[in-house]
Design a protein around this ligand. Structure first.
Ligand code: LLP
Length: 434
């Protein structure tokens, strides 16, 4: 099979390697670049991202929400690499941040990008608030009465007016992993709707606070869009009440949380899925004449990344099979932390027979696994595997556990290959220690 030059390859797909005989069977590519070539050049484990896949997901959002005034504020925590942020900024995204560190990243990409930043999180420090006030961000999503007061104090100190939305907790159940559900009253997030009116009144009396919106975020990896609709109904009711009291509500921040299809990957129709999401979010806001903010993270970058890892050893314990690979839970924590499912593909697909096996890393914990009893092509020692859909919360959750340097990250754009983070060295690891 030849790759026709005119076809804009995007994302991850199996293509024939090279065009000259002998053809070596099909090999997993990122856009137009074969993964084995990247592994050879940069080593493994290696994070590989597709720029065209990211751009096309941004486009899908833009189209689904095209008929309303909106700004996509990409949630930086999903993948905060400067190369990824720059790509998103060039595609006109704003950003959702949760720390001074994330703000610094955004400002490094472009100081003017701060104008489209929303600042979420339950534990903002005064230092972070002042940093954000000076940078001139779009909106503070305030999560408690104490935070509101501290924000007013900080704004007075730096002689600014803070644009404020209260993040309300709509008490809407969302079916997802309990660690990443946020919309119930027993979660630490947001302000109960019943208390919000009083706090908006309090805020309106402070000249260093400017009420600008209402925000909500009910959790992550949410597959049932009716939960979003319910949350937006609560928000819309609140907006009406606030306007009756004379508050100028310009923004509704609907948060992030749209699920991706970890089981089927790119076989699922993402554009249609985002339209379904828009059909849940938009109707409750109809006639409110608002500027809608969206904070997707996973849905933008998740499927745009893979982790390439090499099989170090094959091993059997009383018939149970293991592939011991060179990536570990420190490189990709999601299976360990959330029992998350990630598809795993053999980088070279040459009609291998299948076998049931665990895929595990070298770390000294039984929790260090990527798959259990998974039906996979029977790969050999030295072969490459790709762990799929790791563009979100992959590298961001990586650590140096077991004194393992973190992987490099490369961003592919059609044929171009850019190292957006070099591999860490042991010297990097030891630099801050005495
Ligand atoms: N906005 C706020 C206020 C958030 O807390 C989050 C995610 C997002 C937006 C983006 O959500 P997304 O569109 O990516 O679902 N580490 C977990 C996910 C934690 C999500 C935390 N908050 C995981 O690997 O599944």
């Amino acid at each position: 099979m030849r790759v026709p030059a005119s076809r804009p390859e995007s994302g991850f797909s199996y293509l024939a390697l090279g065009q000259k005989p002998p053809l070596t069977g099909s090999v997993l590519h990122c856009d137009r670049v074969p993964l084995p070539r990247l592994a050879e050049r940069f080593g493994t484990p290696l994070y590989v991202y597709s720029a065209s896949a990211i751009r096309s997901r941004v486009q899908d959002f833009e189209q689904a929400f095209g008929r309303v005034l909106h700004t996509l504020c990409y949630s930086v925590k999903a993948n905060s690499n400067l190369g990824i942020l720059r790509l998103l900024q060039r595609n006109r995204c704003g950003f959702d941040i949760v720390s001074g560190g994330e703000l610094e990243r955004v400002v490094r990409v472009s100081p003017s990008a701060a104008k489209k930043v929303v600042f979420s999180g339950v534990g903002k420090t005064s230092q972070e608030m002042e940093q954000a006030l000076k940078a001139g961000i779009l909106l503070f999503n305030v999560e408690s009465e104490s935070e509101l007061r501290l924000l007013a104090t900080c704004a007075a100190r730096v002689n600014k007016t803070a644009p404020v939305a209260l993040r309300v907790n709509p008490d809407v159940p969302a079916e997802t992993h309990p660690y990443i559900a946020t919309g119930l009253h027993q979660h630490k997030f947001g302000i109960p709707v019943a208390e919000a009116l009083r706090l908006y009144r309090e805020a309106s009396r402070n000249k260093h606070l400017r009420i600008a919106g209402v925000s909500v975020h009910i959790g992550s990896q949410i597959k049932d869009v009716r939960a979003f609709a319910r949350a937006m109904e609560t928000v819309a009711d609140l907006v009406r009440k606030l306007r009756i009291e004379g508050h100028a509500i310009h923004y509704v921040d609907a948060g992030g949380g749209l699920a991706i299809d970890y089981e089927r990957g790119s076989a699922s129709d993402f554009a249609q899925w985002v339209r379904t999401y828009a059909q849940a979010v938009l109707p409750p806001l109809r006639d409110l004449d608002l500027h809608l903010l969206l904070e997707p993270g996973r849905a933008i970058v998740g499927p745009a990344g893979v982790l390439i890892t090499k099989v170090l050893y094959r091993k059997q314990n009383n018939g149970k099979k293991f592939l011991i690979v060179d990536a570990a839970m420190n490189d990709l924590l999601r299976p360990t932390l959330y029992s998350a499912y990630h598809r795993i593909a053999a980088v070279r697909a040459d009609g291998k027979s299948k076998e049931k096996t665990d895929v595990v890393g070298p770390i000294c914990e039984s929790g260090d696994f990527f798959a259990r009893d998974r039906e996979l092509p029977a790969v050999g020692e030295g072969d490459l595997l790709a762990i799929m859909d790791v563009g979100a919360y992959g590298m961001g959750l990586a650590s140096n556990y077991n004194s393992r340097p973190r992987p490099a990250e490369v961003l592919i754009d059609k044929k171009s290959v850019r190292v957006i983070r070099r591999r860490e060295t042991l010297a990097d690891l030891l630099r801050t220690e005495r």
